[in-house]
Design a protein around this ligand. Structure first.
Ligand code: GAR
Length: 216
């Protein structure tokens, strides 16, 4: 099996990065994490990646005059490391249309809401304000419009009385850590792909049960 060379782009602690690294340790995982790249040299996740023996790099957005030159530098590092596929994992920079188009079909992101609800930031706060009873996370292909790309996978959790942004974030991050490796596995194994702006799956799956919130 040839494993696809994946780069993970981070800005912070990198807990999703950690989940992807852990999953890729399995010999049957169809991707290898070949690079962790941060836009902040002090991103905590870089140290975690180094300790895991993974190549790291940082491209500081503050040392680039505009988005175009920052994205060109990112692209150069990805090419240097012969990267085939990119996972954004808490990467808090908006990428230029040119960069996104260059990586179209080869770049996914994890977002802490059930898209298309709550694009952008403060997703848990807004979910609480809206009073939704189900919230969650989404893995999607990246397109130029922010948080708008074709959806690969979603995980839902109940929102319960007394929830705070913190309790909701804690419930959802557990699911992010399950969902992101599962989605990357599907894509790199050729079981899901982007075609004409939609995600196509090789096989269907059982509908299973429903999440009722509150439970019936
Ligand atoms: C995660 O919750 C991820 O979904 C979110 O940032 C967090 C990063 O945590 N991403 C976004 O909001 C992207 N718009 P992590 O660094 O521990 O993986």
């Amino acid at each position: 099996m040839s494993r696809r060379r994946v780069a993970i782009l981070i800005s912070g602690r990198g807990s999703n990065m950690g989940a992807l690294i852990e999953a890729a340790r399995s010999p049957d995982f169809p991707a290898e994490i070949a690079l962790v790249l941060a836009n902040r040299p002090d991103a905590a996740g870089l140290e975690v990646a180094r300790e895991a023996g993974i190549a790291t790099a940082s491209v500081d957005h503050k040392s680039h005059p505009d988005r175009e030159s920052f994205d060109a530098a990112l692209d150069a590092v990805l090419r240097e490391h012969a990267i085939a596929f990119v996972c954004l994992a808490g990467f808090m920079r908006v990428l230029t249309d040119g960069f996104v188009e260059r990586w179209q079909g080869r770049m996914i992101n994890i977002h802490p809401s059930l898209l298309p609800l709550f694009r952008g930031i403060h997703t848990h706060r807004r979910a609480l304000e809206e009073g939704v009873r189900v919230h969650g996370c989404t893995v999607h292909f990246v397109v130029p419009e922010l948080d708008a790309g074709p959806i690969v996978a979603q995980a839902a959790v109940p929102v319960v009385p007394g929830d705070t942004e913190e309790s909701l974030a804690a419930r959802i991050i557990v699911q992010e850590h399950r969902l992101y490796p599962a989605a990357l596995r599907m894509i790199c194994a050729g079981d899901a792909w982007l075609e004409d702006g939609r995600v196509v799956f090789r096989e269907g799956w059982d509908a299973g049960g429903a999440l009722l919130s509150p439970p019936a």
